[in-house]
Design a protein around this ligand. Structure first.
Ligand code: BG6
Length: 475
């Protein structure tokens, strides 16, 4: 992988939860992997009354709690020497802090700002960067966190404000699901091979399921969650971005624009989401979590049926499901193929899956599995469920960057391929508008379950692939 040019990294909100959990450990891992610039400074910018040493303590604590690898003394020495802090409120604070860091590196280093701030604050921070004289097109990139706006109007006005100050080439909207190895497996399988494409369409595919249940509750994140809810936290961001990759037409190349044009086509051809095709849920006990309103109607679970109105996918139901406090944690995309036109094997109708499915696991360990019926060993010509597992070799897993690290490195080298673009983000909000206007009432569900019963019915006779596999494995 490419080593980035000399850079000053500005961590806006650098003392906050996201910076401590993801961004600081991510930068550290990149340094250890030899993927931070040789010439690098990391400036924490926040409102805390701290000096450089105070910030270094926060950085050390963040590594002790969240680093994926042991923090060796020599690596810590190198990392802490890069780090400084500025109590930053006004443009002049930013300008001063960057002047010092840039002088230490010499020449004209790049500037990469990471904004760990709420969506409502993003535009004003970019304005401050601009007012500090730090936004020039040649040198500056800005990494923004989701959600990008909270509906179509706010996303449009955020993009419009950003575009007054920066070009789209300078804006890196992070959706960390796009940095997942398992998602890139989908691209490789589809476009590096010839066997899959002829059956990857409405003639052969029965349905698609993107299923991301999580066992964790919202504990410790009540104030974020009460404002955001499951739809905005997961569906209009991660799940629909994953769908963009699953359903896209072949791009002319894997360069950023051709690829994002094709995922953009998927969003453009998504039908507006009909609230009647959506089930909201709220786990029992959510209202008792500290910081949650006792009468909260915020959804912690969403199951939805969406459709892509395109030549390839028209009429193929696409099921999305995600929620907190559910039975298992998984990030699974299942392409369910149609049943054979006739069944020669009598026994086949007795097994659960008289059809094929292709399954992608997006989380660690990423994997691809083909489900099919194979011959049961023995004298009789009967079939049984079989799987062909195309998982990564364990040795290869050591080479993986975490999604966040991979995307941060992409921002450092200026590669926008795996970042969302303004038009795609706006279209997703447009598609979600009917649902935002008429949200269904959340139905209660027990913690540790698969969500409200109505969500089981949404997918029809076959049910959710993931739930069925888990209950088959348990029995
Ligand atoms: C985040 C959401 O973006 O993604 C969280 O805010 C969610 O609510 C998380 O738990 C899931 O990501 P991952 O990579 O941990 O599976």
């Amino acid at each position: 992988m490419q080593r980035p040019d000399a850079t000053v990294i500005g961590l806006v909100g650098g003392t906050g939860d996201l910076a401590r959990r993801m961004v600081i450990p991510g930068c550290f891992h990149l340094m250890v992997a030899g993927l931070l610039p040789d010439q690098c400074r990391i400036v924490g910018l926040a409102l805390d009354e701290l000096d450089d040493d105070g910030f270094r303590e926060i950085v050390r604590q963040s590594l002790d709690e969240h680093a994926r690898i042991p923090v060796e003394d020599a690596a810590w020495e190198r990392f802490s020497a890069m780090v400084s802090f500025a109590h930053a409120h006004a443009a002049s604070d930013y300008a001063k802090a960057f002047a010092v860091a840039e002088q230490a590196l010499g020449g004209s280093p790049r500037r990469v700002f990471h904004l760990a701030v709420p969506p409502s604050a993003a535009a004003s921070v970019v304005q401050t960067i601009h007012d500090a004289g730090l936004a020039d097109a040649e040198r500056t990139r800005v990494v923004l966190e989701k959600p990008f706006g909270t509906d179509l109007d706010s996303a449009r006005s955020l993009n419009a404000r950003l575009h007054e100050l920066l070009s789209e080439l300078q804006i890196f909207r992070i959706d960390h699901f796009l940095g997942k190895e398992g998602l890139q497996n989908i691209l490789a399988l589809r476009f590096a091979n010839a066997f899959i494409e002829p059956v990857f369409n409405r003639d052969h595919v029965d349905s698609i399921q993107i299923d991301v249940p999580e066992q964790l509750t919202i504990v410790g994140r009540a104030s974020f969650y009460e404002q955001t809810g499951c739809l905005k936290d997961m569906v209009t961001t991660h799940l629909l971005q994953v769908l963009g990759f699953v359903a896209m037409e072949p791009p002319v190349s894997l360069a950023p624009e051709p690829l994002r044009d094709r995922t953009g086509d998927v969003f453009r051809s998504l039908k507006p989401i009909d609230p009647a095709d959506v089930i909201y849920g709220q786990y029992d006990g959510y209202r008792d979590e500290p910081g949650v309103a006792p009468d909260s109607h915020v959804e912690t679970f969403v199951a939805a049926r969406v459709e892509i109105d395109s030549w390839r996918w028209a009429g193929v139901p696409i099921f999305l499901r995600t929620g907190k406090a559910m039975a298992v944690s998984s990030e699974t995309v299942t392409i369910v193929f149609k049943e054979p036109p006739m069944q020669l094997f009598e026994h086949a109708s007795k097994v659960r899956d008289a059809r094929n499915a292709l399954r992608f696991e997006l989380n660690d360990p990423p994997g691809i599995t083909l489900e099919f019926l194979g011959k049961q060993p023995g004298p009789h010509l009967t079939v049984e469920e079989s799987e062909l597992d195309l998982g990564l070799r364990p040795a290869d897993r050591d080479k993986l960057l975490a999604p966040y690290e991979r995307l941060f490195h992409d921002a450092l080298i200026g590669d926008q391929t795996l970042f969302t673009r303004a038009d795609g983000v706006e279209r997703v909000w447009e598609v979600a508008a009917p649902l935002l206007a008429h949200p269904p009432a959340p139905q209660p569900y027990p913690q540790g379950s698969w969500g409200p019963a109505a969500a089981q019915r949404l997918v029809g006779r076959r049910g959710w692939e993931l739930s069925a596999r888990h209950s088959a494995a348990a029995s």
